[in-house]
Structure formats: structure tokens, C-alpha cells
Design a protein around this ligand. Structure first.
Ligand code: BES
Ligand code: ZN
Ligand code: ZN
Length: 529
């Protein structure tokens, strides 16, 4: 069926923001370096938590550096009686002619791993947090070339520093921006430099994907319109993926009445992005779907003005899909992925959908829109229907869908609704490794009843009361999915970081990009994807 669909690719309109876009740096947050720059080199070394006041429990790399410095590092650390605790650092100067600073960071207890109650690999999380703190402190000291200890898990170490050094200050004056820092892995004493470099690169690419998600989420909505989102995705992915930019006429021809009912309140034209990454031949791709509301005012059911600026991040699902695809393609994972991203603004206007209006989705189901602020499910309904046409082996959607999931889980985990135990197990496994957690939520019929009780249409877009809001939203989406391997991730609670995740600065989080990449990596090891 897919082949019979006429592909109409719209021209991406150039927006007149060139004076600003010249300053955008869309990749990792590491900036361009001038060759005439003065390099101030620093080194980050890891130590394990250790009660002893007369010995230091160094990582393998740190021990070699200490030996090379004739034990000066351990001597200096032992001059004070209090041993380093997890997450604490000591900065030493003039211990090695090559480095102006040597920062020792404590990565927690030796041998720490999976913690069942926390459902996370604590060892990896501690490394990410410890190196993150280290590189930020060194940047404050004016160091701009930092060699980092692999700390026994090179990938986690690379993730920690690349995520920590991200900052979105593209729109600020040069002098107010964070200085550029070059980071590399301290491989010189490694037995197998090549595999260490490979692991480091993998960690850096995982972080790069999440950093792209963060940047897209953070961008103000006047600059990141649906059209601009499509333009950036093309710029970032076009060399590795096929990117199709569908316009409003295309969506009309596909009978996406639910998606279009949200877009109609805005003067910004909607865009439907379809992206394909073919890391292998297969007839059943893995489908990703992302909510791309570039700004959510609530529409006619308008939101209160306080904190509304955060709704520029309401395309977080779309951003995480783009970020995941960036990493998956850079890692050249042997997997076939198709992504579907409906993009629009949710605005109140004379042409906006009104409460009580009835719209028809692509699968013919009619929807009474009783609250125009429950718009995410409306745009996803059509995107999910459309994704089913490609015979996907699984469908994973991500959406900043409900305030209710934030009430339930806060920033502790993304809420996951799935009809497959197997998919749930795989996703959870991925999240233990990434440290970006998920928590399973119910898809009971109980919630379906709430959205099928409707006066004028087949479905109501709100569940009547506020109770179980994230669950009724998921039950609504379920009406548009037939696939037996469906996962819906409600990521509204993890949309931004206010200090909970130590290695992510404050602001839009790009969560759970790395979990999804890891999940796709796990799935690439299965036969049919
Ligand atoms: N985009 C919001 C959900 C959201 C809230 C995202 C907070 C990020 C942070 C969504 O479109 C919305 O407004 N949902 C409503 C649904 C309600 C009207 C049934 C909500 O959660 O209040
Ligand atoms: Zn809304
Ligand atoms: Zn929304």
C-alpha cells in the first residue's frame, strides 16, 4: 500500500531568520575551534569511594597517571584526612607538566551495578554524574582541552561529559556564551586503545542525539515553526536518511482530519514529516511517531499564561524521534526505521477548532473535541493510523501528552503504556543501561470507557474527569492502533530538567532519547527489524 501513495514533497520555505541562524550550532554543543586558540589542558581522573585515610582506590587509568607522576597525586589527596565521597571532587595544580589542572572525581563504590529498586545501573549513573561535574568545574577554571578517564565504562564517561557541556546559548551575545571545550578520552595507558576509542565515540554519539533533541526543544517557537523543524531535520539527517516533507494538501488527501483540526487555528502551515533510515533491508520497519506541537497555547481552551513559555517544548516527542534517528544513523545500526512526525501549532483564532466540534480521523472514527488543549492525541491519532500502513514490526510513539503523567511520576521516569510484555521488558532493559528511566502504566478497558462515552461522536478527546488523565489519553491513542507491539511514552513529566539529573543542565532535557536509541539497538539484534 505504501508504494501506491503518491509522494508529494513540499519545498521548505526559507524563513527570514538568517541573522540569527548564522549563529546556530546545531550539532553537539561543542563549538568550532579557531586554530590560533591557546589550549589549557586538564585531566579528569576517577577514584572509588574508600574509607581508608592512607590509600587511594584509583581507577586503572588514574593509577597509571599517579605512577607516572611518582605518586604525587595520591600524596596530595592524602594530605587531607577526609576521604572523597561519591560525587565530590578535588582539583590539583602543578602535578604534571602537561596539565594545568588535574581534577579527581569520586565515582562511587567499586563494583556498583544494577540496583533493583532504583531500576538503574548505579555504576554507570555515578560515572556520568562524576565526569559531568568534573568537566563543568574545569570549564569554569578556563580549561578548554580536557582529557577524561574512562572510569571503567568509556561509553558512560563520554555520555556524561558530552551531555554536561551542552548549553543552548546560540541566541546570546558571544561574551555571555559558555566557552568551547574539547574533550577526549584518556586512552594512553589502555591495553586496547581502539576499542576504547570506539566506545567513547558511541557514548559521544548517544549524547549528540540527546543534545539535538534538547536544542530543538529549547528553541523558541517563533524560530522553530513546523517548517523550520523540517528544515533542521533535513539538514541533520538528509545524508543518512530519506526525509519527506509533506504539506497540508497531502494531509488533506490522506484524510487526516484530526491532525488538521489542530493546525487550523494557526497561520503557520502544518507539516507532516516522514523519515526513513534503512540500515538493513526489511519489509517490517520499526515505526517511531513523535508529537510535534511547536507551541501549545491550548487553543480555544486556552492555558493559563503562567509558565506557558514551556509549551515551546511540546514538540519534545518529535525532537526525541529526530535525536534518536541522528544517533541510530551515525552508529549505522543494522535496522530499518520509519519515523512519522506531525508538526503544527495549537493556537486560538477565528479559524480554530471550538469545544464541541466533531472531526474525523484518517481511520474514519469521529471525535468530539471537548477540550482543544488535548490536541496531542488528535495529531497522534492520524500519525499512528498512517504508520500502520507500513507493516511495522512495532510502533513506538513519544509525546509530551499530559500534565497528569507529571503529577503521577514527576521527572523520575517516562510513563509507558504498552500492549506487549516483551516490548516492555526490552524498553526497561534499555533504560537501565541509559539511566533514563521508564515506568509502566495501565491500558485498562476502564479508561477506554471514559473516552468512548460520547454525546456526538465515536470518541471524546477528554475522559470526562481529571482522574487518570495520562491513562485516558493513552486509551484514546489505543483506538488508532492495531499493532500488537505498540509502546506509547508520555514524556511530559521528563520534558525539562530542574536539577534532578546531575549531568543535564537546567532546561529542556531531551529525555528519553538515549533509552530509545538503546531500545532500537536491542531490537536491531532481533531478526525481523
Ligand atoms: N502539552 C500538554 C501537556 C503538557 C503539560 C506537556 C505539561 C508538558 C508539560 C497537553 O497538550 C495538554 O495540554 N494536556 C492537557 C489534557 C487535558 C486538557 C485533558 C493536560 O494535561 O492538562
Ligand atoms: Zn494541550
Ligand atoms: Zn500539548
Amino acid at each position: 500500500m505504501a508504494a501506491s501513495i503518491v509522494k508529494r514533497v513540499s519545498r521548505v520555505k526559507k524563513l527570514n531568520v538568517s541573522h540569527i541562524s548564522a549563529r546556530y550550532k546545531l550539532l553537539t554543543g561543542s563549538r568550532h575551534f579557531s586554530t590560533s586558540k591557546q589550549w589549557n589542558k586538564a585531566l579528569v581522573l576517577g577514584v572509588y569511594e574508600n574509607e581508608s585515610t592512607d590509600s587511594i582506590d584509583f581507577t586503572g587509568t588514574a593509577r597509571k597517571f599517579d605512577e607516572k607522576a611518582d605518586g604525587k597525586i595520591s600524596q596530595l589527596l592524602l594530605t587531607v584526612k577526609k576521604p572523597l565521597k561519591c560525587g565530590k571532587t578535588r582539583t590539583l595544580h602543578a602535578v604534571d607538566p602537561e596539565f594545568s589542572s588535574v581534577l579527581v572525581t569520586c565515582i562511587g563504590k567499586r563494583g556498583e551495578g544494577y540496583d533493583e529498586l532504583e531500576t538503574v545501573d548505579k555504576g554507570r549513573e555515578s560515572i556520568r554524574a562524576a565526569v559531568a561535574k568534573a568537566v563543568l568545574q574545569l570549564r569554569e577554571l578556563g580549561e578548554n582541552e580536557i582529557e577524561v578517564d574512562s572510569c571503567g565504562d568509556t561509553e558512560a564517561s563520554a555520555e556524561g561529559c558530552h551531555l554536561a557541556l551542552f548549553s543552548y546559548d546560540d541566541l546570546k551575545a558571544e561574551k555571555s556564551r559558555k566557552p568551547a571545550v574539547r574533550i577526549s578520552c584518556a586512552t594512553r595507558y589502555s591495553q586496547d586503545k581502539n576499542s576504547m576509542e570506539k566506545e567513547w565515540r558511541k557514548g559521544a554519539i548517544l549524547a549528540e542525539g540527546q543534545n539535538l533533541s534538547r536544542r530543538l526543544m529549547e528553541m523558541p517557537a517563533n524560530l522553530l515553526t513546523p517548517t523550520k523543524f523540517a528544515e533542521i531535520v533535513k539538514e541533520q539527517l538528509a545524508d543518512k536518511c530519506e526525509v519527506l516533507v509533506r504539506d497540508k494538501d497531502w494531509a488533506e488527501s490522506m484524510k487526516m482530519g484530526s491532525f488538521l483540526s489542530v493546525a487550523r487555528g494557526s497561520v503557520e502551515p502544518p507539516v507532516f514529516l516522514e523519515i526513513e533510515y534503512k540500515g538493513r533491508q526489511s519489509d517490517s520497519p520499526l515505526a517511531l511517531v513523535g508529537k510535534g506541537v511547536t507551541f501549545d497555547t491550548g487553543g480555544i481552551s486556552i492555558k493559563p499564561s503562567q509558565g506557558m513559555d514551556a509549551m515551546r517544548g511540546d514538540m519534545g516527542g518529535a525532537a526525541c524521534v529526530a535525536g534518536s534517528l541522528l544517533s541510530v544513523s551515525k552508529l549505522q545500526l543494522p535496522v530499518h526505521v520509519k519515523a512519522f512526525i506531525p508538526l503544527c501549532e495549537n493556537m486560538p483564532s477565528g479559524s480554530a477548532t471550538k469545544p464541541g466540534d466533531v472531526v474525523t480521523a484518517m481511520n474514519g472514527k469521529t471525535i468530539q473535541v471537548d477540550n482543544t488543549d488535548a490536541e496531542g492525541r488528535l495529531i497522534l491519532a492520524d500519525a499512528l493510523c498512517y504508520s500502520e500502513q507500513f507493516n511495522p514490526s512495532l510502533i513506538l510513539d513519544m509525546a509530551t501528552l499530559t500534565g497528569a503523567i507529571d503529577v503521577a511520576l514527576g521527572a523520575g521516569a517516562a510513563g509507558v503504556f504498552t500492549n506487549s510484555e516483551n516490548m516492555w521488558n526490552k524498553l526497561q532493559k534499555a533504560s537501565v543501561r541509559s539511566g533514563d528511566r521508564v515506568w509502566r502504566m495501565p491500558l485498562f478497558n476502564h479508561y477506554t470507557k471514559k473516552i468512548t462515552e460520547c454525546q456526538l461522536a465515536d470518541l471524546n478527546n477528554i475522559g470526562g474527569s481529571r482522574s487518570g488523565g495520562a491513562c485516558t489519553a493513552a486509551a484514546f491513542l489505543k483506538e488508532f492502533v492495531n499493532n500488537k507491539n505498540w509502546l506509547h511514552l508520555d514524556i511530559a513529566g521528563v520534558m525539562s530538567n530542574s536539577g534532578d539529573v546531575a549531568y543535564l543542565g537546567k532546561g529542556m532535557s531531551g529525555r528519553p532519547t538515549r533509552t530509545v536509541i538503546e531500545f532500537i539497538n536491542l531490537m536491531s539484534k532481533e531478526t525481523n527489524n
